[in-house]
Design a protein around this ligand. Structure first.
Ligand SMILES: [Zn+2]
Length: 274
């Protein structure tokens, strides 16, 4: 059994604010520890449920938060950026299931710790085929393109509620309750790990009932930027349409093409080095 784990950090128990989310913050190293422990617990539970092959993607911030030296032998770790498939880089049709760990609500959700979609600094919201999506839904559609179901998602109560319509069969593990954008009522790491293990085990037991939900045909992505210039410049590309001052549209033949465009739109800058 081959399982892919896409791991983000804002939905980890005990992680609530920006001082924990990047190397410039005074509490980042401690948060990396909490993050690594949650991933290790899920790996351990997956292995005891029969998983033989596990890939983890560190899909938060710099993509360099998980401690690779703490990962057990045999696990693969995807790090850093850019990646065409973003938070799902490395997934393919050989996987039996995927887990979204430490995820958070989308930018259009009025609730949720650090509710944003891909970039809290630059992106107002993202829609696929006209429906606003969060990162979990984007990851779910990428997995589904390869016929891989999302078996389990963990995070705060806001993201677990948000995906109820789009990923209805997926197991959820609520490790904290959102109070505001930068506040939560969190389980302790030990309790969160118990909840994660239970949900992981249940997800593996139920995996034959959980179906991937793919987008069929061409996929339209509308990105609303917070600023004017990304919109203006992206619309210079012949396959990008400017919808209004903040919004561009790209139509791809499938979700993987859309994901490449999205990663380009978020990462390209002419002063990139090397
Ligand atoms: Zn995220």
């Amino acid at each position: 059994m081959k399982i892919y784990i896409s791991a983000d950090m804002e939905g980890v128990a005990g992680v609530v604010t920006d001082a924990q989310l990047g190397p410039e913050g005074f509490a980042w190293r401690d948060a990396c520890e909490l993050y690594t422990e949650e991933v290790l617990a899920v790996i351990d539970e997956l292995r005891s449920a029969g998983a033989t092959d596990i890939t983890v993607s560190d899909s938060h911030g710099t993509g360099l938060n998980l401690k690779i030296e703490r990962m057990p032998a045999g696990v693969r770790l995807v790090q850093s950026w850019p990646r065409r498939l973003g938070m799902m880089e490395g997934i393919d049709a050989s996987y039996d299931g995927a887990i979204l760990l430490g995820y958070h609500a989308g930018s259009h959700n009025p609730r949720g710790v650090r509710a944003h979609t891909m970039s809290s600094a630059n992106v107002f919201d993202v829609a696929l085929n006209g429906a606003k999506v969060c990162e979990a839904e984007l990851s779910g559609y990428i997995a589904a393109h390869f016929k891989v179901p999302i078996l389990m998602l963990s995070g705060d109560d806001a993201i677990c509620a948000e995906i109820a319509a789009s990923l209805p069969e997926c197991e959820t593990a609520v490790v904290k309750h959102a109070i505001s954008y930068h506040s939560a009522d969190s389980l302790t790491p030990a309790d969160a790990i118990g909840v994660l293990r239970t949900a992981t085990r249940r997800a593996i037991d139920r995996r034959s009932e959980i179906q991937p939900r793919a987008l069929t045909g061409a996929v339209t992505m509308d990105i609303t930027f917070k600023n004017h210039r990304p919109t203006e410049l992206l619309a210079y590309l012949p396959n990008v349409e400017q919808l209004d001052a903040h919004r561009v549209r790209f139509v791809g033949q499938d979700i993987t093409e859309v994901s490449s465009f999205f990663e380009f739109a978020l990462n390209y800058s002419p002063d990139l080095k090397p």
